[in-house]
Ligand binder design. Structure first.
Ligand code: NAP
Length: 493
């Protein structure tokens, strides 16, 4: 394995095996054409490491490896798979500080956010390790009484797992753990911006005793042809993708040719609603979590704040005070609360959305302008008020530390605005009356609702969206069944 790491990373990661090559059939190796991809620290722009660049022949090798391992892995006892996953959970906790630092270095997020991510990511191994031994089929009598209905679940087969850069550990483990628990072999393609964490997690799986070929990892700067080669191979049966709606749509078209099973976790445009009867202090706390986790670079990030008129000014005052207090800096600095964005393009995009809102009449009560040029891809915490309905940031993912606030008077008006989006991932709602909250949740078209909470993610809960936020669910038993086929046997005895 060739380790090409910047000296600043090496000593702190001594205890963590961070491979930088492709994992194919249990061996770490370079790509066929020898290319490498630089991985940069978004806080400084400096190169942290270079990883192998897979091409189409490497993709074919990965499918061969996953196919060769498939029957053996599918035949493993659920208890054996469970024990392996539980060992990985333990290993992730033992190496949690190193993993958090690695996430922070390649992604930019604060160490506090990175530590939470490691704990969340590790939990998928424990939860699915515990769940897979409880999975049973069903036997029942047909309604007419003529025969028995025997229903069982079996692994869907070779699964392609594609992950984004914003949660480099959790988005990978949320797929790897259920896929492996179900008995599938897999090919993981992590995001090019943040491949190191996924490679480190794969090394932990090997350390825990994963048989060769069960998980293969391809890093590539040519995702189009490489993933197309994998998805159009007739041996592949499942696509599990987390990323933007735009790329998701494209992959669904490719997946259609082989009629692949698809799990799609796509973009979001989460509303955060504060009703007049809400505990405003609690709403501000929740807003900070929903907006500022990972510097706003989350599919679940609160993207639009709708605040009822009587509490509007109090909420804005509280939010501005908290946002102004956020310490911005390199994620790996222990004092940092908000790190840089992933790269300079992301800063340009966030600023473009803010300037568009300002040009249409919004007012910046905090931030609102990108800093003068300097090292690192930073954008300041920003709060905008009086945001007009046609501002682009009410309709597009901001993916940055920007909170646009809209005042509303009546519930019906708020519901119309909340549902006026092609996305339906998550919504947040603060109210002092639980019944009102549950009633309104039923009128909101999103896969998840945070009721008096700014965080919904939980390995035990079904995570996923409606409309163009995706298909299927991750986490919970539903997430395990995504990687399984149901077989029904009509039986007479
Ligand atoms: P992205 O650009 O869609 O990329 C996601 C993954 O797809 C990356 O690994 C990327 O590889 C790969 N990819 C890009 N083009 C591809 C192609 N033609 N064929 C196959 N794979 C391709 O998204 P991102 O910028 O990394 O992540 C941010 C997005 O993810 C946001 O929209 C966010 O809302 C969404 N997200 C959703 C969830 C959820 O659970 N719903 C969770 C987290 C993030 P490269 O890195 O090489 O481009």
């Amino acid at each position: 394995m060739s380790l090409r790491m910047h000296e600043s990373v090496r000593p702190v990661l001594d205890r963590l095996d961070v491979p930088t090559d492709l994992l194919v059939a249990g061996a770490w190796r370079g790509g066929h054409d020898g290319g490498r991809i630089d991985v940069r620290d978004p806080a400084t722009g400096e190169v942290l490491a270079s990883v192998a660049d897979a091409g189409v022949p490497d993709a074919q090798d990965a499918v061969d490896a996953a196919a060769a391992a498939a029957a053996g892995w599918a035949a493993t006892a659920p208890r054996a798979r469970a024990e392996l996953l539980l060992r990985v959970h333990t290993l992730m906790h033992e190496r949690s500080e190193e993993l958090a630092l690695l996430i922070s270095l390649e992604n930019g997020k604060s160490l506090a956010d990175a530590r939470s991510e490691v704990a969340y990511a590790a939990e998928f191994f424990r939860w699915y390790g515990e769940e897979v031994v409880r999975l049973r089929g069903q036997v029942g009598l047909s309604p007419g009484g003529g025969n028995r209905l025997v229903v069982t679940h079996r692994p869907v087969g070779i699964s392609v797992l594609i992950t984004p850069w914003n949660f480099p550990a959790a988005m990978a483990t949320r797929k790897i753990a259920p896929a492996l628990a179900a008995g599938c072999t897999a090919i993981l393609k992590p995001a090019t911006e943040t491949p190191l964490t996924a490679l480190a997690v794969a090394a932990l799986l090997q350390e825990a005793g994963l048989p060769d070929g069960v998980l293969n990892v391809l890093t590539t700067r040519r995702p189009g042809p490489v993933i197309e080669a994998v998805l159009t191979d007739p041996r592949t049966r499942m696509l599990s993708f987390t990323g933007s709606t735009e790329i998701g749509r494209r992959l669904l078209r490719t997946a259609a040719d082989q009629v692949l099973k698809c799990g799609m976790e796509l973009g979001g445009n989460a509303p955060f609603v504060v009703l007049a009867d809400a505990d405003v202090d609690a709403a501000v706390e929740g807003a900070m979590v929903a907006k500022m986790r990972n510097g706003g670079q989350a599919c679940t990030a609160a993207n639009r704040f709708f605040v009822q008129a009587p509490v509007h000014d109090t909420f804005v005052e509280g939010l501005v005070a908290r946002m102004a207090d956020v310490r911005v800096g390199p994620g790996s600095d222990e004092r940092t609360q908000c790190g840089p964005l992933i790269n300079d393009d992301a800063v340009r995009k966030v600023d473009e959305l803010v300037q568009d809102a300002l040009a249409r009449g919004a007012r910046a009560v905090l931030g609102g302008a990108r800093p003068e040029d300097g090292p690192g891809s930073y954008y300041p915490p920003t709060v905008l008020v009086d945001v007009p309905a046609d501002a682009r940031l009410l309709h597009e993912e901001i993916f940055g530390p920007v909170a646009p606030v809209v005042r509303f008077e009546r519930e019906e008006e708020m519901l119309t605005m909340v549902n006026d989006t092609e996305y339906g991932l998550v919504s947040y709602l603060y109210t002092g009356e639980l019944g009102r909250g549950l009633r309104l949740a039923e009128s909101i078209d999103s896969g998840m609702v945070g009721l008096n909470r700014g965080l919904v993610s939980d390995p035990a809960a079904p995570f996923g969206g409606t409309k163009q936020s995706g298909l299927g669910r991750e986490g919970s038993t539903e997430g395990l069944l995504e990687f399984m086929e149901t077989q029904y046997v009509a039986t007479s005895w």
